[in-house]
Design a protein around this ligand. Sequence first.
Ligand SMILES: Nc1ncnc2c1ncn2[C@@H]1O[C@@H]2COP(=O)(O)O[C@H]2[C@H]1O
Length: 583
Amino acid sequence: MVLPLKDKGAVVPFATSGTMRRYSVPHSWQILKKVLGLYQLTMDIIKMIRVCKMFRQGLKGFREYQIIETAHRKNPVFSFWDGHFPPKAIQITQKKPAWRTEHEIQALCNLLQILDSYRSYSEPLQLLLAKVMRFERFGRRRVIIKKGQRGSSFYFIYLGTVAVTEDEDGSSAFLDPHPKLLRKGSYFGEMGLLTSVRRATVVCMEETEFLVVDREDFLANKLDQEVKKDAQHRFEFFRKMDLFHSWSDEKLWKLVMLGKVEKFSYGQVISKDFVESSSIMFVCQGSCEVLRLINLETSPFYHKWIWQHLQLVDDRPSNTHLKDLSPVERFKEFQIRTYPVQDFSLMKLLHLQKAQGQQGSSFSRKIKTSGNTLPKTLGSKIKSRCPHFIDCSMINTKYGDLPKEAAVGAYMKIHTVEQGDILGLHQILLPENQHDMRPLILISLGAEVIRVREEKFCDLLDSKTIENLSKFKIKYPSDEDMCQKFLKENSWNIFRKDLLRLLVEPRQCPRFTPIQPKKKGIYSPKPVMLDLYSLGKKTKPRHPVFMAPQKYLPPLRIVQTILAPRYKIQELLPQYKNAGVLG
Ligand SMILES: Nc1ncnc2c1ncn2[C@@H]1O[C@@H]2COP(=O)(O)O[C@H]2[C@H]1O
């Protein structure tokens, strides 16, 4: 709303009558702080970060749609999109090149922007290819290229997956647990057109759609130059690596021919079990995360941790407990727990001892929560909670009983590999019986990688390279170490939230809640939380519940966080009731 000039002051609350002061810097800061509200600002930033994160993760599925959508807006020829090559586009590719109109060629060109390899070509080349390419669709197990035969076509994969094999009929792809796969957006068949003999067999792993360019068009449109450019790019990438300093160009070209650049979008799984895949991965661009799926139940530290926290569960309903404890109180609790005062340390020690003592014994179906667990040294001032029992089912594990619901797994990040890093070399020199075979999952953070089969790479190794490789020894942390780190991070996250709520003044006005349609329960973040308050309480199952893949772990619920009960300051050290810099 635009106000008349003389009324402008009215839109600025807290304005003083002095015009000079109204526009001074400290005053505008006050306006920012009070009117806009630092709280509002922080919450907006947090919301934006979350939205961006969700968007980036969701982008994987929608990336293609977005590209298609822009193409549509530019040239709305194809009226629907379900992932397959649209029927109208098929009709165009069925026409002879000379009969395709300019408009149709442009429309095809727009549609093919979703293919990484095609998109990387110059626009004139894209148009030339759109003029000549034809469409083909083949079913699972269909052999597209046979090793040793003469090559006559070049293929872009529009939809589906093919495997590259060394045998003639491609059957090994269906037996190999980690076949060499090429997916949507990749191309193949270029080598046979450059050298006239097919170097490998290519077989469809599922129904696959291709756009095919014949040899004459491939050469006439100088596609061979593009293919050579790609290979040169890989060569230069390897040339810069310290590991290959001693390699001759000839030898390096052999490595270049062993793999192609594969692009993965943000959040896409590159390998479900990198260790078992027996491949070496070179990160050309972007980065990826190495994750482990860990069964927390196998950690003695987790056992201790759970039992220590379960003793603090009180009998109030889970959400009221959280609401009752204000951020200020929770922060004070934290402060007290970290004070090195004698009585507190002693209390903590006693508490830990007690928890450890209890851990050895087998628990019944009822867990006794804290009542008389508080140390007597703290005197009569301390109000201890009434003990009560949580009724829940237990499972028997190596380290004793554990509430069934607390038997969960979590994906944990081991490290991030960046551009120029190599994965899969860390145990290449170790004898097989000393290999750490724990599965590692590789997730792309928007990465471009070159994958090479380990045995093919080993064929190229010489003594100098082997000497260099001995520097690549990395020892991945034990599962137990990772469990401890996970629980520490969990506590840190709780603390961070407390601190934020404490530092940022809550808004005076009521929270804005948009009118929400009735929840259908399709998505809830709850399934990825283990809430120790709700153990033994009947809660509605929510979906999706993420379960560990059976191949690696028994069916376990996957969690991201654990909500744990915490000490109350009044119960522990009433003399510090008013402690706290911000209290
Ligand atoms: N290691 C590899 N990685 C990716 N693609 C390959 C690999 N080896 C062969 N190919 C492809 O498989 C095709 C088989 O036929 P061509 O030799 O014509 O061209 C070959 C390449 O396009």
